[in-house]
Write a protein that binds this ligand. Structure first.
Ligand code: HAM
Length: 424
């Protein structure tokens, strides 16, 4: 039988790749704690109906769908928002608002695999439910900014927009939801000509074209120009005013917004308000994105509950971390290899390894039955900091040999003081 490979679009992560991914996850979790978001854990497999309700055609086409042995139509989650909205209508229904909920895990989309685009990837997801105010939008954007800062990325940029602008124009022009959504999907992919080809009214076409071409001298000027351009489209103007309020709050809180995109759309169908995405110069795809969705919880049978959230793409943030050669800011942790000289000292050596672990020193026990020289050579190759050599003679005095593999020095150390000595 030929050797097995992962399924196309799925990856094995090892060494540095695994370390970077889990580093980014730990920073996402720290950010959640800083903003007081509670962690919730939901299933990877969900009812197909739940996941497809308001996600949009793009995601619906890309789900891993199957029937379980009980005949239920289910799918692997392509994102978290639907699951969290379900939670808000069930278990957390009576919790005081706002709800601030954090999740992290793998999600699945049948995307065309390429750099930064996989079929299994990781998201850190944040949802703030119960407030319709711009402060809530600002809070989620500031959180996204804090996350990238905490990870240590440089030169990242935020792009802001409002789905109510395009929707406001199209609704006033009498276009139905289905057509609107199809146009928004095209706009999301920057296929503007294809999007405009679906618009029948000439006036509407030229208003949309004007938005696509609109460029301000800075973000505030862009917003002003949008307002002027949209005179007569009341809903769209109200959306711009909402966008301006969020922009003011965020920028005045010390988080710069690099771009306001007047014709911004995102792939997901449930958005109703502000939308945003995060970028770094090293990658031309978004590191994360989110926005306001005020109707989803109601669609799932809950009380009308406005909500806003975002998901960080952990894999892409990891790629950016590697591209920028960001130093992983982790507490320095010394690691130790414990080696018994002879069979007779094995048990004692194992107990010493346990004692080190109990004292929070990471210790490996030599399990390959290697001779001392070979074991040391191996430890050296793998960048181990210390070797603890357990021999009969030293043991009699309650000691072991402590070899500093980095400095190439060697001393005898009392077993009782060993952890302390390694930690300094
Ligand atoms: P999304 O924009 O579909 O939003 O995904 C969020 C992030 O997941 C993207 O910005 C990207 O970094 C990452 N991502 C998406 N597809 C892939 C892929 N194939 N491979 C690697 N990374 C990928 C959502 O999922 C919304 N649920 C966000 C949200 C939460 N909105 C409101 N609340």
């Amino acid at each position: 039988m030929s050797s097995f490979q992962p399924v196309r679009g799925m990856r094995d992560l090892t060494n540095q790749d695994a370390e970077t991914l889990s580093y980014v996850i730990s920073k996402a979790r720290e950010t959640a704690q800083l903003y007081d978001f509670q962690e919730v854990i939901t299933p990877v497999v969900e009812p197909l109906e739940l996941l497809s309700a308001k996600s949009g055609e793009e995601i619906r086409q890309r789900m891993f769908i199957f029937e379980d042995l009980g005949g239920r139509k289910v799918a692997l989650r392509p994102e978290f928002t639907a699951s969290i909205a379900r939670l808000a209508t069930t278990t957390l229904k009576n919790e005081p608002k706002p709800l601030r909920l954090f999740s992290v895990g793998s999600v699945y989309r049948y995307d065309e695999p390429q750099k930064g685009r996989y079929r299994e990837f990781w998201q850190a997801n944040f949802e703030l439910m119960g407030s319709s105010r711009p402060e809530a939008d600002a809070e989620v954007i500031l959180l996204a900014n804090s996350l990238l800062k905490k990870v240590g990325l440089k030169g990242y940029a935020l792009k802001l927009g409002h789905v109510g602008v395009l929707k406001g124009i199209m609704t006033q022009e009498g276009m139905d939801d289905k057509t609107q959504n199809a146009i928004l999907q095209k706009m999301d992919k920057k296929e503007y000509d294809a999007a405009l080809a679906m618009v029948t009214s000439e006036k509407c076409q030229s208003t949309l074209r004007g938005l696509i071409d609109l460029k301000g001298s800075d973000v505030f000027d862009t917003v002003e120009q949008m307002k002027a351009h949209l005179q007569g489209y009341e809903k769209a103007v109200a959306a711009v005013e909402d966008l301006a309020a969020v922009l003011k709050l965020v920028t005045e809180s010390g988080c710069p917004i690099e771009t306001v995109d007047p014709a911004f759309a995102r792939g997901l169908e449930y958005y109703t308000g502000m939308i945003f995405e995060l970028y770094v110069p090293e990658l031309d795809i978004a590191l994360g994105g989110g926005g306001r969705y005020d109707k989803l919880i109601e669609v799932f049978g809950g009380e009308p509950t406005p909500a806003v959230g975002m998901a960080a793409g952990i894999d892409r943030i990891s790629l950016a971390v590697q591209a920028q050669k960001t130093a992983l800011q982790k507490p320095s942790q010394k690691n130790v290899m414990v080696i018994a000289i002879k069979e007779a000292q094995k048990t004692k050596a194992l107990r010493i390894a346990q004692m080190l672990r109990d004292a929070d020193v990471s210790a490996e026990f030599e399990v390959m039955g290697r001779k001392m020289a070979k074991a040391l050579e191996d430890a050296d190759k793998r960048n181990v900091d210390y070797a603890v050599i357990v021999g009969e003679r030293e043991l009699k005095e309650g000691k072991v040999v402590l070899k500093n593999l980095k400095q190439r020095t060697q001393t005898e150390a009392e077993i009782a003081l060993l952890a302390q000595k390694i930690k300094v």
